[in-house]
Write a protein that binds this ligand. Structure first.
Ligand SMILES: NC(=O)C1=CN([C@@H]2O[C@H](COP(=O)(O)OP(=O)(O)OC[C@H]3O[C@@H](n4cnc5c(N)ncnc54)[C@H](OP(=O)(O)O)[C@@H]3O)[C@@H](O)[C@H]2O)C=CC1
Ligand SMILES: N[C@@H](CC=O)C(=O)O
Length: 193
């Protein structure tokens, strides 16, 4: 974090099951099961329902939460946002959509006085990568998908990527931020392989 002058120090890593991490603890990693001692919860588990419960409980317990979970944010941002507000905490989710750009903070802060007409972009890296592999390198679809999994672009279950659900969820998040419109997945026409 040189350019921001912010020093982030990871003091503790929360893991409920200590026995699963004995080797890491022996190596000196600061793993704890004392939830009360954590200030900021970073949720990058990806398990939709469990993660929603954890995020909600974390906010209610007075923790700020950062999540990359677009499934949760697309479906429950309003609900979780209210919980954050009531508890005087922050819920940030920049990595949930185009984190490398980035866009969520720009939409909610920098463009707050602007009227946005439309949003265009490639919202799924996996399918974009697969198609580039097929077109540029004449790879098969399966090889492109396997490589995208090996490189970590694809979700743990890549069906959300290749069936179009992943970009649809990202679009829902962007629509809320850009137009104040809360869409449901069932409102969208989604196509994929
Ligand atoms: N991959 C990417 O480029 C991007 C991913 N995201 C989002 O980030 C999140 C994580 O994605 P990704 O890193 O690819 O996923 P991975 O599956 O690679 O990693 C998920 C991690 O969470 C752990 N985990 C899963 N369930 C639980 C649980 N119930 N309790 C504790 N730990 C758990 C897994 O542990 P174990 O391996 O032991 O099961 C694993 O270490 C998802 O919400 C995804 O949509 C967002 C933007 C980009
Ligand atoms: N699986 C996603 C990862 C980032 O959101 C993608 O391919 O875009």
């Amino acid at each position: 974090m040189k350019r921001t002058d912010i020093n982030i120090e990871i003091i503790k890593i929360l893991a409920s099951d200590q026995t699963a991490h004995l080797a890491a603890i022996e190596k000196g990693l600061p793993i704890t099961n004392q939830f009360e001692t954590i200030d900021i919860v970073v949720e990058v588990m990806g398990s939709p329902e469990v993660a929603k419960t954890y995020i909600s409980q974390a906010l209610k317990s007075g923790k700020n939460v950062v999540t990359a979970n677009k499934d949760i944010i697309a479906a429950y941002e309003s609900e979780l946002g209210k919980i954050a507000e009531v508890n005087g905490k922050d819920l940030f989710f920049e990595a949930s959509v185009a984190g490398g750009v980035p866009i969520t903070r720009v939409l909610s802060d920098s463009f707050v006085g602007d009227r946005i007409q439309e949003i265009n972009g490639i919202l799924n890296g996996t399918t974009n990568f697969i198609m580039s592999q097929m077109y540029d390198d004449h790879q098969s679809y399966q090889d492109g998908l396997r490589l995208s999994q090996e490189l970590g672009f694809a979700e743990a279950d890549p069906s959300a990527d290749v069936e179009g659900l992943d970009p649809a969820r990202k679009l829902i998040i962007l629509m809320k931020l850009a137009f104040g419109y809360t869409a449901k997945l069932s409102n969208l026409t989604v196509e994929g392989k």
